[in-house]
Each structure stands twice: as C-alpha cells, then as structure tokens.
Design a protein around this ligand. Structure first.
Ligand code: FVH
Length: 296
C-alpha cells in the first residue's frame, strides 16, 4: 500500500448520522471523497461540499483504495458488500459499524477469503465530535492496512488507536467503555432522583457528583485494575461486608423517599451473593468473580 496522503481518495458507504460525519471529516481534510447511501437524499449535502455521489455501491467501491463502511449493523454490511467482494479485492475495507467481536471476526474472515485488506473499527464518539482531536476511534486488523492509511483515518479523530491484528478487539473495547458510560449515567440519574426528593436541583448537586467521580471513583480505578489482574481481593478498607450494609441503606432510603432503587438492585444482589459465598472480607473488585462464574 502506498502511504496515505491528504490526496488519498476515500469512499464512504452509508450516510446515516455517522456516515455523513465521516464523509464530512474526510472532505474537510481534502480527501477526494465518494459517497453512497441506500436511500436517496443523503448524498446531496455532501456533493454540495465536493463529494462525488455514486449511484451504485460498485461505482463507490471502485473509486479508490480505501472503502469505509458505516451502516446500522453487521447484517446491513453483508447485504451491501457481499455482492462487491470481487470489486473490493486488493482494497482496504474499514468497517466502522457497531458489531460484536464474533460479527467482526466473521466479517474479517469473509474479507480474508476475498483478498480484502480488513480493519474493524469502533467510534467512541457521537457524530458532532468526529474529526475533533479528542475523538477516540479504535482499530483492529491488518497492520499493513492501518500503517498505510493511518494518516487518512486520523481525519476522523485525533485519538485514533490501533489495538493490533485482532479484529474483535475494537468492538469489545467499545462495549466495555459504553458499559462504564451507561452505569455511570445510571448512577447519576438515581442520585439526582434521590436528592430531588429533598428539593435539591441537579445543578446544585452537580459539583459534588463531579468531585466524587474525579476524587474518589477515578483514583480507585488503578487499584481496582491491580486487584483484578492479580486476583488479590483482600482489603481492610472497604470490604463487601461494609458495602453490603451501605447499599442496603441506600436501597431502603430510596424506597422511603419514593424513588425506585431498580438501577442499583443488581449491584446489591451481586454483593449479597458474593458475601453469601463467604467473601465478605474481600474488596469490591472480587465481584468480578461472580460475573465470570454466573452459575458458580
Ligand atoms: N450515531 C452515534 O452516535 C453512534 C456513535 C458510535 C457509532 N455508532 C454506530 O455507527 C453506525 C451507524 O450509525 P448511525 O447513527 O449513522 O445510524 P443511522 O443514522 O440510523 O444510519 C444507518 C445507515 O445505515 C444504512 N442502512 C441500514 N440498513 C441498511 C441496509 N440493509 N442496506 C443498506 N443500508 C442500510 C442506512 O441507510 P438509509 O436508511 O439511509 O437508506 C443509513 O445510511 C451504527 O452501527 C452505530 O451503532 C453511531
């Protein structure tokens, strides 16, 4: 692969909210960009910006060495690209569609069979952030393809990260980080409902939630990581026994304040189960063993 430059042509297949943002980012970096979308009406805003609208997938794929696909799901990717396997041969296919590791590896195996240089990717940003320095996008797969097109792919985000040859990694990192996002948002939503019962506004509570995450939750993560990697769960500080009492208070307080504790009940159940199995003096990190052995 010749190393990518700002003149490397790029094809974007799929012009949903994300695909459109991707095409804009490539265009703004000066790449000749060809775009295709299943239903009409989505290419016009991009052709007005200088993109070339292709009326078939085949013409879009043939436009250059780098094809980026971003559709709703893996099934859509296969529906659109299976017929183009021959045409994709020798090109680099970058799949930024959300998928499971299994779907990513299945698509990678399909690409391999057809001589298509494949990278799976996961975009850890919402469309408006695409192209920003802090936009984080993970890639996994062909190292040759990545080194050849890293420069071009950086148009999509400054925090572009290559995780190695395993095409399954970007999606597992994606899911893991989204899990942290959803559980953090869930905790905040429950907290705001709780303080709200006493007339405390979200704005008034915000500085404490922010400080709590920055000064307690985040500094705990390195210790959590070490305990998990070493499977060393002994602690004198915050045992499961202590947390079991505290979360029981939270649940009963929530109920007596008229706020559903449902977002936190699963955590309470996990703690109860772990304590019942005799691990009450372990740290919170030992909960991971319950997740790893659900039926244990
Ligand atoms: N939007 C976001 O914030 C997230 C950020 C993280 C990454 N995700 C993933 O990006 C993929 C696309 O998401 P999207 O937000 O662009 O989704 P839509 O706006 O709904 O656009 C979907 C496009 O997919 C096309 N499409 C769907 N099914 C088919 C099919 N069977 N054949 C051909 N194209 C298909 C659809 O075409 P059309 O409806 O306009 O004709 C859109 O172009 C996704 O994996 C997110 O998880 C976004």
């Amino acid at each position: 692969h010749p190393a990518s430059t700002t003149s490397t042509p790029v094809t974007v297949i799929g012009l949903g909210m994300m695909g459109t943002a991707l095409a804009h980012a490539f265009l703004s970096q000066g790449h000749p960009t060809t775009v295709w979308n299943r239903s009409p009406g989505k290419t016009e805003p991009l052709t007005a910006q200088g993109a070339t609208g292709a009326d078939t997938v085949g013409r879009a794929v043939s436009a250059g060495p780098l094809v980026v696909v971003c559709l709703s799901n893996a099934e859509a990717v296969h529906q659109v690209l299976e017929p183009e396997a021959e045409n994709l041969k020798g090109r680099v296919l970058v799949n930024l569609t959300s998928s499971t590791p299994e779907e990513a590896r299945t698509t990678a195996a399909w690409a391999q069979r057809h001589g298509i240089d494949y990278l799976d990717g996961a975009i850890m940003a919402i469309p408006p952030l695409v192209g920003q320095p802090q936009a984080l996008i993970f890639y996994g797969g062909s190292s040759g393809a990545y080194s050849a097109h890293e420069q071009t792919l950086r148009a999509l985000g400054g925090a572009t990260t290559y995780l190695g040859e395993d095409t399954g990694l970007p999606s597992i990192y994606d899911s893991a980080l989204l899990g942290i996002l959803w559980s953090t948002v869930a905790g905040n939503i429950h907290a705001l409902a709780l303080v709200g019962t006493e007339g405390v506004t979200a704005e008034a509570f915000l500085p404490y939630a922010t400080a709590w995450l920055n000064h307690v939750a985040v500094p705990y993560l390195p210790r959590l990581a070490q305990e998990v990697d070493r499977k060393e769960y002994a602690t004198e500080i915050s045992t499961l026994n202590v947390n079991r009492e505290a979360i029981a208070h939270l649940v009963s307080a929530s109920r007596s304040q008229g706020v559903s504790p449902e977002l936190l009940l699963p955590v309470q159940a996990l703690i109860e189960r772990r304590v019942a199995r005799g691990h009450g003096s372990d740290s919170l990190s030992s909960l991971i063993e319950e997740l790893r052995n659900p039926s244990a």
